[in-house]
Ligand binder design. Structure first.
Ligand code: PGA
Length: 255
């Protein structure tokens, strides 16, 4: 039997909350959330706020930190980029890879996500691979196909031993920052498609061990229903993770 998947409540701050705001956020947020070992709370602050976030969460092993992006090379002339080793040295445990803004605003390709996931795993950190379709792709009835096309090359590039380290986030592009959420049924269907793809490559039992989060306009008032869907193992939250009380309510919704 596979151990039940621990819910993950993740906040992606994107290009928000500089160091002083990050410190203020945690001063407000941490007292609202009691440490618990049956869930995992994760923040992805901007790189310049990482040190302030790390200092603020000292003594709270229930809160983990990650970075929003890395380069796959180990170092060198890559102005503006971060290596996995630097992120690890700074205290990051997780790395977002292939967030829809990276793919659609910055033109990140599937091949680049493959390289990044490989680099993150080699560096001993947890890749949170984001996948999701645009509204045009959904209307063309290609939502599942697109997500499978984003997933398969990454799955093909990692080993069965590395699979348990991977986290996947299904984030429909049309739901990100729009206030429109996937219906719980649509989310459940897409999560099932993700797990089917995992099972096709690695077998059903290995697939059961991989957490699959939902992201896209998750708010305190819809988080519980989304997380109650089969196969939804937590949430990746953008806008609503910037507000301490709001994100604390989302954490509480994990039960
Ligand atoms: P949102 O962003 O919650 O603001 O829609 C989600 C994400 O981009 O991870």
């Amino acid at each position: 039997m596979t151990a039940p998947r621990t819910p993950i409540l993740a906040g992606n701050w994107k290009m928000n909350h500089g160091p002083s705001q990050a410190a203020r956020f945690f001063a407000d947020f941490l007292p609202l959330v009691q440490p618990a070992d049956d869930r995992s709370v994760v923040f992805f602050p901007p790189a310049v706020s990482f040190a302030a976030a790390r200092e603020a969460v000292q003594g709270r092993p229930d809160v983990r930190l990650g970075v929003q992006n890395v380069h796959w090379e180990e170092g060198g002339a890559f102005t503006g980029e971060l290596s996995v080793a630097m992120a690890a040295d700074a205290g990051a445990e997780l790395v977002l890879v292939g967030h829809s803004e990276r793919r659609h605003v910055f033109g990140e390709t599937v091949d680049e996500t493959v390289r990044k996931v490989g680099a993150v795993l080699r560096g001993g950190l947890v890749p949170v691979l984001c996948v999701g379709e645009t509204i045009e792709e959904r209307r063309a009835d290609r939502a599942e196909a697109v997500v499978v096309e984003q997933l398969r090359p990454v799955l093909a590039s990692i080993s069965a031993e590395q699979l348990p380290t991977l986290v996947i986030a299904y984030e429909p592009v049309w739901a990100i920052g729009t206030g429109v959420t996937a219906t719980p049924a649509d989310a459940a269907a897409m999560h099932a498609a993700v797990r089917r793809t995992l099972a096709e490559v690695y077998g059903a039992q290995a697939a059961e061990g991989v957490p699959v989060l939902y992201g896209g306009s998750v708010k305190p008032d819809n988080a519980a229903e989304l997380m109650s869907q089969p196969g939804v193992d937590g949430v990746l939250v953008g806008g609503a993770s910037l507000d301490p009380a709001g994100f604390a309510a989302i954490v509480a919704a994990a039960g």
